[in-house]
Design a protein. Structure first.
Length: 461
């Protein structure tokens, strides 16, 4: 049967997809940006139009901002409306499983045996775990390995795979602003084909032109250049926009992966395509932590194949792992899928809000005036306390740089902090208790309206 043959042939990627799903489905929603994405998506569904201006803040109200994630927000909101927080977790796990499936396919592209491919894929997935979020960025996390695998299939002779890429770029451009990296992948394969004078260079050029053209077919014709601007000037005070720190777990694991890649390159060399892919993506990864996964995913086939060749040199007489007979492989794939589906029984049905000021919600609803809030709590407040406008939130760019500079001047008690509070007519402050501004306002006699272990709500006397 065709289905059984497909299952047998893809038992390895199916197994890793099942593992990825099982791991991802157990995490409750906790990302602060999820809240404002859901609020934006719900507004668009209610009003049947795209949200183009700020409606959530007191500081940039009415100002335009990017709508490049409009479709991603609507998709997430539809999932949430249908299945609640559990539905979001299952949807996220499904996307992680799809990414793991294509990453596993990529790991075998260089001829790596199962064991080497398995180790490298697990390594890559561990590094990518920070991107398993309930926000539109997860669509880029999934579509990157999908497009990369399609390009490798096209390079092996599949025109069907090649011509599937432009429609995916169109979809990607409306789901999330990271689509520029997909166009960059097509560019790398096109340049390699041109320099090597490969017979597929003309189809690749056609697909590249089509991808660039379709990438601007979104509500604001945002385009490749605009999407790339974020990568060229990231706001460093946000943790995911900072360069990798090798003293942290993720930075250390990433550094080890980079060293492994360099070791393979020094030992075995590399092809032109490897250089065209990995060098720019390494630069991107070193520029901001949020881009680590791109380099790691692209380097997976290179590292897996190189590790296998190195092992063959050290143990030339080692007995290779025998593949399972097709019926057994198909049965194993079905069993793993069933196990993954069973793991959804324990899916979280509520978000993890321990880091948010849940105890301040009632007091906030009865308050009034301009509220100055923690940056990371803005999304939570937009969703949980829609009656109050936020000072800042994770949408970032409407507030950058002026409002964010004022925010930091105030909460860090810089010399002009009193001027900032007066200029915005701040009536209430919701901050972590240890913030210098919170401490100073207590001493100045501001009233404590609500307080908890992780928050304090102060009102002007």
């Amino acid at each position: 049967m065709p289905v059984m043959r497909w299952l047998a042939r893809n038992a390895f990627p199916i197994g890793l997809a099942a593992a990825g799903f099982t791991l991802a489905v157990g995490y409750p929603t906790g990302d602060p940006d999820t809240y404002w994405h859901l609020a934006s998506g719900q507004w668009m569904l209610d009003h049947r139009e795209i949200l183009r201006t700020d409606i959530f803040s007191s500081t940039v109200s009415g100002q335009p901002y990017s709508v490049g994630e409009w479709l991603g927000e609507i998709v997430l909101t539809l999932v949430f409306n249908a299945g609640g927080w559990a539905g979001l977790a299952i949807f996220r796990a499904l996307l992680v499983g799809i990414a793991a499936f294509f990453l596993a396919r990529l790991s075998r592209r260089g001829g790596a045996p199962l064991v080497a491919a398995l180790l490298v894929v697990v390594w890559a997935l561990v590094l990518s775990k920070t991107r398993w979020t309930d926000r539109p960025a997860i669509f880029t996390f999934v579509l990157f390995p999908v497009v990369l695998d399609l390009l490798y299939s096209a390079r092996a002779g599949s025109r069907r795979a090649l011509y599937a890429i432009p429609p995916l770029i169109l979809l990607w451009a409306n789901l999330h602003g990271g689509y520029a990296i997909g166009v960059a992948l097509v560019l790398a394969f096109t340049v390699e084909a041109a320099l090597r004078r490969r017979p597929d260079v003309v189809p690749l050029i056609m697909v590249l032109v089509a991808s660039i053209g379709l990438s601007v077919v979104d509500p604001e014709t945002f385009g490749v250049g605009g999407a790339a601007g974020h990568a060229l000037a990231p706001p460093r005070f946000i943790s995911e926009e900072a360069p990798p720190d090798v003293l942290e777990a993720s930075g250390f694991i990433f550094a080890a992966f980079v060293l492994a890649t360099l070791g393979v390159a020094l030992t075995n060399g590399g092809a032109l395509l490897d250089a065209l892919l990995l060098i720019p993506l390494l630069w991107l990864a070193l520029s901001a932590q949020r881009h680590l996964g791109f380099f790691v995913f692209a380097a997976t086939p290179f590292v897996a194949a190189g590790a296998a060749r190195l092992y063959a040199r050290v143990r030339p007489r080692a007995t290779p792992v025998r593949p399972l007979p097709p019926p057994a492989a198909a049965a194993l794939a079905v069993l793993l899928c069933a196990g993954a589906l069973a793991s959804a029984i324990g899916v979280p049905v509520a978000p993890d809000e321990h880091a948010y000021p849940v105890g301040a919600v009632a007091a906030l609803k009865s308050g009034s005036g301009t509220l100055l809030n923690e940056y990371d709590w803005g999304g939570f407040l937009i969703y949980r306390v829609p009656e109050r406008k936020v000072f800042v939130d994770g949408r970032l760019f409407p507030f950058y740089p002026a409002v964010l500079r004022d925010y930091r001047d105030a909460v860090e008690l810089r010399p002009d902090w009193k001027d900032v509070l007066a200029r915005y007519d701040v009536r209430e402050v919701l901050l972590m208790p240890a913030r210098p501004l919170a401490v100073a306002l207590r001493e100045d006699g501001w009233t404590v309206r609500a307080e908890g272990s992780n928050f304090v709500l102060l009102a002007r006397p």
